[in-house]
Design a protein around this ligand. Sequence first.
Ligand SMILES: [Zn+2]
Ligand SMILES: [Zn+2]
Length: 249
Amino acid sequence: MDYEEFADEKCQSLMQIQEEFREKFGIDRYELWHYDAELELLRLYNDDQDQLFLKYIPIGTFSLKSETWMWSWYNEYAAEPSKENLLVIKDFGIKNDYHKLVEGTFSADEFDCWEFAAICFDKLDGIGVYRLTTEKLHSYLLVNKILEDDAVEVIKYRQQKVNCEAHGYSRDAFVCQHLNLEQSKGFEEAFDTYRGMQLDEDDDFQAWCSECEKVRLQSDGWNDESEEFAKIKLICEDCYFELKSFNSK
Ligand SMILES: [Zn+2]
Ligand SMILES: [Zn+2]
């Protein structure tokens, strides 16, 4: 079977399933979405009560500007661990000499994208496909599970509180007013941290600059004086680790 024939067949069968999927779970009812790449969790919602949590595998993205497709396994910025699952598709492409399944990125159109989604749906366990659309990018996600409210991923997601403009929802982190990404100012932490680490219930990511550390030591720890100097502020976990890698230099 040549690629076009193969892809067309898969596309046909996806289209039928898609309709059921959207109807059954009321997918189109939700106006807002948010996803957490590390948890591979997609949240569709109208408000905090009216929402649906889905588990997904990232298929790939279509850039509207350059009109190119990129498979998620090829995308170094895709943080989802399950992007590796897509290598099955690549292997399948190699065996059958289907170039579009083998190359990481290339010119494509929207029709191609749905074919890729359909092939992934067929080869990997899925219950439907969701397309996230922004001005510049369409991201195709293979949904493989509807998550219950007590699923580990949902609980973790809920523990994340900050809604950062750059990074979306993430856990709280606290830093002094002086830390920025322009000039390295040292990075003192309450305890050693790494991105994504588990925290005890009463622990937070906390960091301050070398100047704050001096004041803190002079005033025997955190008190009114050192806190006034530091003016600790709330930021997101991702911002925290950007500051950490910049200011630790
Ligand atoms: Zn400081
Ligand atoms: Zn952030």
